[in-house]
Design a protein around this ligand. Sequence first.
Ligand code: ADP
Ligand code: MG
Length: 331
Amino acid sequence: MFNRPLIPILLILLVALLFWLRQPAGESMVSRTALVMGTLVEIKAYGEDRAQLEETIDTAFNEMVRLEQLFSSHLPESEISRLSAATGSFAVSRETAVLLELGIEMARLSDGAFDLGLGRLKDLWDIGGENPQIPGEQSLRRALHGAGPAALQLEGLQVRKQAPDLHIDLGGIAKGYIIDRAAELLLQAGVSSAAVNAGGDIRLLGDRQGQDWRIGIQHPRESDATMATLNLRNRAVVTSGDYERFFVRDGIRYHHLFDPQNGRPARGCQSVTVVAADAASADALATAAFVLGPRAGLDLLEQLPDVEGLLVTADGRRLATAGIESALEWH
Ligand code: ADP
Ligand code: MG
């Protein structure tokens, strides 16, 4: 009935039809990128109504920009800059109070390895800035004045600094908090499958079309190579490494993750990746574990419920918490 050359064509059409029928009905994916927090941020979301997804993603980006301005240490009129300049007690907004409270909790959990009071130390080193330098011992000590686990006290919305000249730096936690807020906004708008990715720091909502999201983890010494893949749903993944912002002098790498005990770049790790329920905690814990070093850092991650992680030691060994094994593929 058919002439012979038509048969393969019909077969191909049939296979294509079967593939088409297998796609979830009406599901579309929208992906947008924008420069926020000095990083290329991608929001990817799945849903039925394309126009609505686009609008929701736009709203999420606007919220990220608003929060970035609130928490910035560079904008002189930001709430954080005004808090740094304040000499007495200072009232902050509720959302800043929430973030400071989490930071204070992280300082406590990490025995002070995570420190919200390193603003002056960060300016002094100027890693990745115009005039990076290796400061002398005295300048380091001066910059650390007032820092430490008791740097900030929070009572309701009132913040009190341990020292009037203490400068706040939220660089180790704000990015995570901001991607959480974007993800929560998507969720409230009815999006149940999405990824907010800020340069490899990621908050996931749900799964990806019934499958795990596959998250590549950057190799700390081979740019453009991933060292591992994590298969995850509904989690946040954040990495702190010594390879993004640093300078090298006399063969020594000076990077932006400081040990508050001596004011110098922490030496134990090349990178730490933390998986947690929210990106703000994962962000702070990645910084904290990096500063603590492999042994104490991994202990901290093991000890916290619902938190997992992997790290690369300064001499290149790879370690991971026990609970991450089923989700982890090393390359
Ligand atoms: P990023 O993803 O931006 O590279 P990380 O989460 O790795 O950031 O944190 C690095 C930033 O954290 C630094 O640039 C600095 O602002 C801040 N920071 C550095 N050391 C500490 C520390 N011990 N405690 C808290 N924040 C820190
Ligand atoms: Mg961090």
